[in-house]
Design a protein around this ligand. Structure first.
Ligand SMILES: [Cu+2]
Length: 140
């Protein structure tokens, strides 16, 4: 009787040990590479957010190069933006009647959106001999 109980306990222990070992031998996680989800071919929706001035607003680039604005004068429509980029090693500051950039180091740029028609003369406040003009015409 008692012997049988001991045998039972031994068998039980062995059984549990095998069971533990078995559970440790789990198959490695199924690592079959799931293919990258194929992009869903949605109907193409335009990502551009319409600008307040309506479609057709554009950005006009003006380079600041060799202590001059290039092109020296630009003509744009209301709602358009002028983007000045300093290509010089020297620092420049664009200054107009209604707009002024901070100090522009080499590679820096400054954008200003013109909403009112008019002729805007501007200079570099560090080098006042640098002059440029932005002419803004009302969008039709
Ligand atoms: Cu300057």
């Amino acid at each position: 009787m008692r012997k049988g109980f001991i045998v039972f306990m031994v068998l039980l222990s062995v059984f549990l040990a095998i069971g533990c070992t078995g559970s440790n031998k789990e198959q490695p996680a199924n690592k079959t590479e799931t293919p990258a989800s194929t992009p869903v071919n949605k109907s193409v929706t335009p990502t551009e957010t319409p600008q307040t001035a309506g479609g057709g607003s554009k950005i006009v680039d003006v380079a600041i190069q060799s202590f001059a604005f290039n092109p020296v004068s630009v003509e744009i429509s209301t709602g358009d933006t002028v983007k000045w980029t300093n290509m010089d090693s020297a620092t420049h500051i664009i200054k107009g009647s209604t707009f002024e950039s901070g100090s522009l180091a080499k590679g820096d740029n400054y954008e200003f959106a013109f909403t009112e028609p008019g002729v805007y003369d501007y200079i570099c406040s560090i080098h006042p001999s640098m002059k440029g003009t932005v002419t803004v015409v009302a969008k039709k």
